[in-house]
Design a binder for this molecule. Structure first.
Ligand SMILES: Cc1ncc(C[n+]2csc(CCOP(=O)(O)OP(=O)(O)O)c2C)c(N)n1
Ligand SMILES: CC(=O)[C@@H](O)[C@H](O)COP(=O)(O)O
Ligand SMILES: [Mg+2]
Length: 623
């Protein structure tokens, strides 16, 4: 009989026998492998936290005792145990189960933000609220060793350590973010479980645990102890009984406790355990037998390079050309495409941990010392370092280049992963210049131009997708690339970056209906250049297309500049609303917000039919 089928919620866990729990853990792992290989998602992290999550739900009664997952990518087991197994067939699809905790899905879920290093701050605040309202509820926060390299986590530890509040920090230490966790923290953590030999600790825990004795408490002064926590561990993170003993011991303390669990990322699935890159951290559809993309997709994907591949290639070229160029990553050398640069130019690439703020200000220091740093982030994570970009880099006009991958709608990771605020954010940093490449060639060109620019900060932004076709320019207009034009064009379409593909396709469709458009790529999209504004002023209708929020984006900056010219151009900005956009596929979300070819064509068709524009349109026909 399947334990999973019998499980109707976390309470049922508490009446399982040890043998049933072992069977359940195995069934959960099998379900995770089969389901996540079918849909894509975070496989390695969840395979590694099966027993920890089971122990948490056996020892604590969620949601009375809230369990907060840092980053939330490792909450699939939590979702399975809280009645959502049935939703996994639609994991991360529009209207389907979120890949992160989601308050509308379950009373057991609290934090939906997938940005790392926040859980301990939530726990600090929540435990204060409980104290203020006189309820002595415990708060549990689960944080990974990678997330613990984020500065925000240490701000919370600094506050929690001196509190007497019942907060339990469960450190899920698998030694990795994607790759092995960088910095001094893993060295300290390793020392904690190496101080007497891990086997000896397990033996002692096992013996002590068998008689129900206390788990190993700190005898060597961990940093956590020094900050006011009781340190329990290291606890073998796949030994359910040992975990439950440690958690029960922590619960009894009624004060801040850190339980240090040692786990294996990807545990129980050989392709994950053997994946040197990142233990199958975040995967697409896989063949269960091999742990690799299915043969069919491999052939269709053969040669289907991504924007990340193009950036990786461009970095290698720029690295060879500019010896002062260095790379910086926040624990994502692989996902951001910096790994080949790190391999080719050892000593010129730095993984700073999940620490975007430090990455940017450290880059400022590097630039002050004569280097030209390229900080490669996902666009969504750059928001965490806005102050550092504005006042550590921008204020000093330092030559730091930001490479923002996953800019715009990303898709399955949902609202806290769409990289849609970068243009509005960067557009308000004085001296910051932003390029939005339209294809691999322009990415390489614009990266070279950025690295050669010593006047101040620069940024490139590009989407999470396969590369589109190469789009050669038909001509140039003072730094603006002309991609399409026609004698009687009455509409100017300003395509920001990768939207050029959809904009050109829309223009072709409209031309067949007699509506002629000129399509241009500004290349360096912010600050808005005067030649682009004067070009727009010469058309009755100008339409900007950007995969980012409209407010404060490129289109709104063009509108602002255009209004100052007094031109009677009607400017329409196609972009995204200032909203938290749910998860779904990038293709369907772009279509939903009218940023695909038919959406752009429909918008222009509707505008042209407006009486005032129809008059202008016919007038410009005589242009
Ligand atoms: C601020 C921020 N930067 C980067 C990421 C991307 N990211 C997601 S999970 C992850 C690694 C997390 O490592 P860890 O906390 O140890 O959890 P594990 O996957 O090992 O369970 C990273 C870097 C993020 N979610 N948030
Ligand atoms: C949880 C997290 O932030 C990353 O694992 C992210 O989900 C990866 O995104 P990509 O799959 O786009 O690389
Ligand atoms: Mg980890």
């Amino acid at each position: 009989m399947s334990m999973l089928d019998e499980l109707d919620g976390p309470a049922a866990l508490r009446s399982c026998t040890a043998a049933e729990l072992t069977q359940l853990a195995g069934e959960i792992r099998q379900f995770l492998v089969e389901s996540v290989c079918a849909t894509g998602g975070h496989l390695g992290p969840n395979l590694g936290i099966v027993e920890v999550t089971m122990a948490l739900h056996r020892v604590f009664q969620s949601p009375f005792t809230p369990i907060i997952f840092d980053t939330g990518h490792q909450a699939y087991v939590h979702k399975i145990l809280t009645g959502r197994r049935g939703g996994f067939s639609k994991l991360r699809t529009a209207g389907g189960l979120s890949g992160y905790p989601n308050r509308s899905e379950s009373k057991h879920d609290l934090v939906e933000n997938s940005h790392a290093s926040t859980a301990l701050s939530y726990a600090d605040g929540l435990s204060k609220a409980f104290e203020l309202t006189g309820s002595d509820r415990t708060v549990v926060a689960v944080v990974g060793d990678g997330a613990l390299t984020g500065g925000l986590a240490w701000e919370a530890l600094n506050n929690l350590g001196v509190s007497r509040r019942p907060v339990i920090v469960v450190l899920n230490d698998n030694g990795r973010s994607y790759s092995p966790t960088a910095g001094g923290l893993p060295r300290h953590l390793h020392r904690l479980h190496d101080r007497r030999g891990y086997a000896a600790v397990v033996a002692m825990l096992g013996v002590a645990g068998a008689q129900g004795g206390p788990a190993e408490s700190d005898v060597t002064g961990s940093i956590f102890t020094a900050m006011g926590f009781e340190y329990l561990g290291p606890v073998p993170g796949h030994d359910l009984a040992a975990l439950e003993r440690a958690l029960a011991q922590a619960a009894a303390r009624r004060s801040p406790v850190l339980v240090h669990c040692l786990t294996q990322k990807g545990r129980g699935y050989t392709p994950a355990e053997n994946d040197d890159a990142d233990r199958l951290h975040s995967v697409g559809v896989l063949d269960v037998a091999t742990g690799r993309p299915p043969q069919s997709s491999q052939t269709t994907r053969a040669g289907a390079a991504t924007w990340t591949d193009a950036f990786a290639e461009a970095m290698l070229e720029a690295g060879a050309r500019y010896p002062e160029l260095v790379g910086i990553s926040a624990a994502m050398l692989g996902p951001t495409g910096l790994q080949p640069f790190a391999d080719r130019f050892p000593g010129r690439c730095f993984d700073v941990g999940i620490a975007e703020q430090h990455a940017i200000t450290s880059a400022a220091g590097l630039a002050m010392g004569g280097a030209h740093p390229v900080v490669a982030l996902y666009a969504t994570f750059a928001g965490r370092a806005f102050d550092q970009l504005l006042l550590d880099v921008g204020l000093h006009r330092l030559p730091v280049t930001l490479s923002l991958d996953r800019a715009g709608i990303t898709g399955p990771d949902g609202p806290s992963h769409h990289g849609i605020w970068d243009l509005a954010m960067l557009g308000n940093i004085p001296g910051m210049r932003v390029a939005a490449p339209r294809d691999a060639t322009s990415l390489a060109e614009e990266l070279r131009e950025a690295v050669a620019d010593q006047r101040g900060p620069t940024a490139l932004r590009f989407p999470k997708s396969n590369l589109g076709p190469a789009i050669p320019a038909l001509g140039h207009h003072d730094g603006v690339d002309i991609l399409r034009t026609a004698d009687r064009a009455s509409v100017l379409v300003v395509a920001v970056g990768a939207t050029a593909v959809a904009a050109l396709s829309a223009a072709e469709a409209l031309a067949a209906e007699g509506i002629e458009c000129t399509v241009v790529d500004p290349r360096w999209v912010l600050p808005v250049a005067e030649p682009l504004v004067s070009l727009a002023a010469s058309y009755p209708l100008a339409v900007t297309v950007e995969d980012g929020v409209r407010t404060g984006g490129v289109g709104s900056q063009i509108a602002q500049a255009l209004s100052a010219t007094g031109a009677d151009t009607t400017l329409v900005n196609l972009g995204l609303p200032t909203a938290y956009i749910p998860h779904g596929s990038r293709t369907e979300l772009l279509a939903r917000y009218g940023l695909d070819a038919s959406g752009i064509a429909n918008a222009i068709r509707t505008l042209i039919d407006r009486p005032v524009l129809a008059r202008l349109h016919s007038k410009s026909g005589q242009r």
